[in-house]
Write a protein of this length. Structure first.
Length: 183
C-alpha cells in the first residue's frame, strides 16, 4: 500500500487577514528541535545541500567571532559605534599563541558567560567590569598553562608516568572492591 500524497503547498498562507509568504510563515512558527525535523522522501539533493550550507554558515569562524563579539565585547562595540569593527584579537587579550585556538576558547568562554554568568549578573548591574576581570584571569591562566606545557617532556609523561599512575589506580581499586577479611 502506498501512502497518500501530501496536500499541495500553497504559495502563501493567511494569518489574521494578512497574506504571508512561506518564508514569513515559517519565521513566525514555534521553534522546532533539530531532532523533530525529518525531510520528506521527495526532498531533492539541492535542498539537502542548502540545509548543509546553513549549518556550515552557523558553525563558521565568522559566526563564532560575531557571537563572541556580541557576548564578551558588547561594551566595546557600543563605545566604537562610528568606527569599523575591530578584530577580536584587538579587543580581547590573547589566550594562547594561536589565534585559531583563541577563537575556539573564547567561544567556549562566551557560552559559559552567556548561560551561567549573565543570567544572574545582569540582574545586579549593567557594567562589564566583572566579565572583563574574568577574561583577564582566564587569559593569564591559559598563557601560564601553555608555557608550562612547553616545558613538559611529553614522551616521559605518556610512556612512563601515566601508565604507572593508571596501574596504581587499578591496584587500589581492586583492593577497595575486594571483600575485607575481618576477624
Amino acid at each position: 500500500m502506498s501512502q497518500p500524497p501530501p496536500p499541495p503547498r500553497s504559495a502563501s498562507l493567511r494569518d489574521n487577514g494578512k497574506r504571508l509568504h512561506d518564508s514569513e510563515a515559517s519565521s513566525n512558527a514555534l521553534p522546532i528541535k533539530a531532532m523533530d525535523i525529518s525531510l520528506p522522501p521527495s526532498t531533492t539533493s539541492r535542498q539537502t545541500e542548502q540545509a548543509s550550507k546553513l549549518n556550515v554558515d552557523v558553525l563558521s569562524d565568522r559566526a563564532t567571532a560575531a557571537f563572541i563579539r556580541r557576548t564578551l565585547c558588547l561594551h566595546h562595540a557600543l563605545a566604537d559605534r562610528g568606527n569599523a569593527q575591530k578584530p577580536i584579537e584587538e579587543l580581547l587579550p590573547p589566550l594562547t599563541s594561536s589565534n585559531e585556538v583563541d577563537l575556539q576558547l573564547y567561544a567556549l568562554l562566551a557560552i559559559i558567560v552567556k548561560d551561567y554568568v549573565y543570567t544572574w549578573y545582569a540582574k545586579i548591574t549593567p557594567d562589564h567590569v566583572f566579565i572583563d576581570e574574568v577574561i583577564q584571569i582566564v587569559a593569564h591562566c591559559t598563557r601560564a598553562l601553555e608555557q608550562r606545557l612547553r616545558n613538559v617532556d611529553l614522551e616521559a609523561l605518556l610512556l612512563d608516568e601515566i601508565p604507572s599512575l593508571l596501574d596504581a589506580h587499578l591496584t587500589g581499586e581492586k583492593q577497595a572492591l575486594a571483600p575485607s577479611l575481618l576477624l
